[in-house]
Design a protein around this ligand. Sequence first.
Ligand code: PMP
Length: 322
Amino acid sequence: VRWTEGRGWHDGQLVPYAPLSMDPANMTLHYAQTIFEGLKAYRQPDGSVATFRPHANAERFQSSARRLGMPELPVETFIEACDALVKQDKDWVPGSGEASLYLRPFMIATEVGLGVRPANEYLFIVIASPAGAYFSGGVKPVSVWLSEEYVRATPGGTGAAKTGGNYAASLVAQAQAAEQGCDQVVWLDAIERRWVEEMGGMNLYFVYGNKIVTPELTGSLLPGITRDSLLKIATDLGYEAVEGRVSTDDWKAGNADGTLTEVFACGTAAVITPVGSVKSARANWTVGDGTPGEVTMKLREALLNIQTGAAEDTHGWMHPLG
Ligand code: PMP
């Protein structure tokens, strides 16, 4: 679907996957007005296919667009485009279970010019790719590196938007994590470098017995749809689920005195992954006994059961496509 100043959204089409041809002065290539989403279509027990919370993705896409000075795509157009692609690619949705068809809606500027200002032409596209179960050989905890040198986002910046620049800004820290032998980077707040914000590509949860805490939305972390779903599922399961602040010192002390029993990360790709060990320039420690925790696994199963149709969809999150 295209957007042109004065004309709005027009010319939606379903076309075979193919390269885009682009002018070298396409404004997106220079000034990075790009936003995207990620969501999954799961096979249901009766053979039908359903996407998980596409309206939430559509709304986050609108809020990313506002932050990047791009036109808002109507929620219905976002859903229609995703639906049309999933229906077309229905045979690519795996047969059952955690495997899924991953959808990647995105928007770029298409205007040609070198002036720095919001473009007056855009293109919205959805592509899809089958995704296997994230863990093949059982759920395995990830090790994390606390990034104290680099930050991903700052107050007033674009951290709450799903835009390419945030990911570009995270690459060197992710490489640093790998050099340290860690799987993932954990981002801290930009000012004090002590409040935990999120993990590369996932939000975080801290389990204190029956109470579970996820970092509050400060404006510099992504409001994850899995994060939001888990606040509700955890409450359904009888946990006290709250948004709050967790510092790296709280994290370390909680593991040392045993009050912090589990830590996990959540996002569309992995659904939930336990966090096993933590490393920073000054310290390293292990969460619990380093194996997946009971609450983590219970929440993982509850969410996946809704997504795969094994449990009742009491929140009306599944969007059936027949
Ligand atoms: N934080 C970041 C930086 C992400 O890229 C993602 C993945 N979209 C998440 C958190 C988790 O969000 P969601 O649950 O909507 O996939």
